[in-house]
Design a protein around this ligand. Structure first.
Ligand code: 13P
Ligand code: SF4
Length: 311
């Protein structure tokens, strides 16, 4: 069995020889974040993917993110450590069901969160991420009706923030719905000076008590720029690695989950399917490769490019 440092060395050597770049989400395990050329949130990763000049993109995240990288780079090889790194939120919105749903609401502008499949993106007018969702909604003329999918929690947050009416798809993320309000309040009572920060995929009752709501990078920046020294963090636990590196003296407490205390509910099991060993194997064999029909790429690129142009 290879050690972590053996694997890292071999990955670096293969990466150089094959002119590959490794893009990773902040929810990846620490060793993957450490070896990556670029670590970011969904928006930063899609922006970065549209700018790389390597021949191969190794995408360490979940599948919809790797698909986005392929859509913006149809001529590059995009490979992933494990094709089973899915997303409960993306899976909650299947194309045939979504088409039936859309047919009920003609003349609506369809905004989809980037956490959806390439096929759902072909049925979309404009894509958004948690970093730019308010900006994307603000770019839609006031007289236009809006459908927002697939995350109902982010959708409800956007309705409250923007004052716009939206028809919501009933999807959600199992990780961000795992937090317990009751336990969070108890924890806060023990740390009354803490700042509660939350991702907008969390449920409304969690967002109501949060002092700051933002995307993965939004939360990282908030903690870095804040003068406070204690934070209760309601999002996927992988973010804590970078947050602690950025703020070695600050106290970061993961928000408690509804299940018993031994459960790793705030870890995204899909993200954690990727390992350093799988990353090494995928770079060595140049597979599994992300393959998408050209017609899907062409259609899905339009709402992604619209989003990127707004940023
Ligand atoms: P962001 O990277 O946009 O914060 O999204 C979090 C997430 O759930 C990714 O799947
Ligand atoms: Fe999907 Fe939730 Fe995991 Fe993000 S954290 S990849 S939304 S299941």
């Amino acid at each position: 069995m290879k050690t972590t440092s053996d694997l890292k060395e071999k990955i670096l050597e293969l990466k150089k020889r094959k002119n590959a770049v490794i893009l990773a989400h902040y929810y990846q395990e620490e060793a993957i974040q450490e070896i990556a050329d670029f670590v970011g949130d969904s928006l930063e990763l899609s922006r970065k993917a549209s700018q790389v000049d390597a021949d191969i993109i190794v995408f360490a995240g979940v599948y919809f993110m790797a698909e986005t990288a392929k859509i913006v780079n149809p001529n590059k090889k995009v490979i992933v450590p494990d094709v089973k790194a899915g997303c409960s939120l993306a899976d909650s919105c299947q194309p045939e069901d979504f088409k039936t749903f859309l047919a009920q609401y003609p003349n609506h502008t369809v905004v989809t969160y980037i956490n959806c499949s390439a096929e759902i993106k072909t049925l979309t007018d404009i894509v958004c991420t948690s970093s730019n969702a308010k900006k994307i909604i603000a770019s839609i003329p006031e007289n236009k009706l809006i459908i927002f999918a697939p995350d109902k929690n982010l959708g409800k947050y956007l309705i409250a923030e923007t004052g716009r009416e939206m028809v919501l798809w009933e999807g959600s993320c199992i990780v961000h719905e795992a937090f317990s309000l009751e336990k969070l309040i108890d924890l806060y009572k023990k740390h009354p000076t803490a700042t509660i920060i939350a991702h907008p995929e969390s449920e409304t009752h969690i967002l109501k008590v949060a002092h700051y709501i933002g995307s993965t990078s939004g939360m990282l920046n908030h903690v870095k720029n804040s003068t406070n020294d204690t934070f209760i963090v309601a999002t996927e636990a992988g973010i804590l690695h970078q947050m602690q590196l950025d703020n070695p003296t600050k106290t970061l407490i993961p928000a408690p989950s509804k299940e018993n205390n031994t459960c790793a509910c705030s870890e995204c099991a899909f993200m954690k399917v990727n390992t350093l060993e799988k990353l090494y194997n995928c770079l060595k064999k140049e597979q599994p490769e992300v393959k998408i029909d050209t017609s899907v790429i062409e259609k899905a690129l339009v709402p992604i490019q619209k989003m990127l142009s707004i940023n």
